[in-house]
Design a protein. Sequence first.
Length: 413
Amino acid sequence: MGTRLKSEVPNVPKPMAPVADRPFLWYVVKNFIAQGIEHFVFALGYKNEIIQQYLASSESPFVKEKATYTLSLETEPLGTGGAINKACALTKSENAIIANGDTFYKVDLNALSEAHETKKAECTLSLKTMHEFDRYGVVSLDADNQVVSFKEKKFYIEGLINGGIYALNIPKFQSQNWPEKFSFETDYLEKNTNNGKLFGVIDEHFFIDIGIPEDYKKAMKELKIHHFASLDISKIDKTWTLFLDRDGVLNEEIGDSYVLNTDQLKVYDYIPKALGILAKKFNTIVIVTNQKGIGKKLMTIQDLTLIHKKLKSEIATEGGRIDSFYFCPDLEDNSPNRKPQPGMAFQAKKDYPNIEFSKSIMVGNRLSDMKFGRNAGMFTVLLSTTHPDIPYPNEDTDLRFPDLLAFAQSLEG
């Protein structure tokens, strides 16, 4: 009901609180769609008609997306546990992600799911490190990452909090004789410590809970940074990361075909100079490239390695560098690692933990590159090298330049 938010957000359920000209729910849903979630079940109660109308409208986060949704409607409040249990009856998979509608937590769902399945857990919690806080209780883990206790709300210097996103094994959860109304936190989580059912995954990605006016105001500012903010290039420093597409950005594209060997690699003549500038501006520079040619068996990974070795050699002539290459050979468009899905961004984040997507830029020549950047929470730069007819401005693009050198030179002031 958002009782504590009434002074800021009257007459709408919390997930519909406006943030940066969109309902808060939009950000939550888009974050999950970006990581490959294809179907949602919305457990709705208080003023559910407002959310229903929004989801069915032209402003819905499902517009232009392949994801679908169904509704689980309460006729009376069932508590968090009752709502989850009712919604679980509408799911189609053994495991599901459970999320709060008033919390934005940019967890790595692949890491959460992998930990959940490895431990054969009934429920796996996403946990966030907090400092000097009293709004939340603290969760304690043992050496095996099993949840051993939930401590009450009070002031803590530091601790792990429950971020409100879970991986849940539905058959195991539903095998218990639940009443119609119960609390997921009190009646389920707190009563199942130390029995091998609950595990935790520490995830330090961006987190915001809009439950109180102070944090709602914070979300108004910070979600603008994490979604569709205008890129101020004057703020870029050595703590930033640069993600680059390859073909059409660093080298010539080959029509509808692929660069299959080193002889076919034609690096734009201005690229060594551009990368020399960019190497001084960015802490980490990585390439993210779709490589269907490998999936189609037109080339091998060894061929790609040689291509990238030659590319690095040419770039290095004027002091440029590329720190890592990430590629996706998958043929399926819905592969979590194939752009515009952000899987390769999370691979880079795993290798370079200091990467902050809110301080990263994706540069590419296609809208799929721009969407990739947005899906990972980055700023985006579109180059008009090969597709000058792409409409600009558009919601997925912050800035546009004719080529990579023009972008690099803009950073020199």
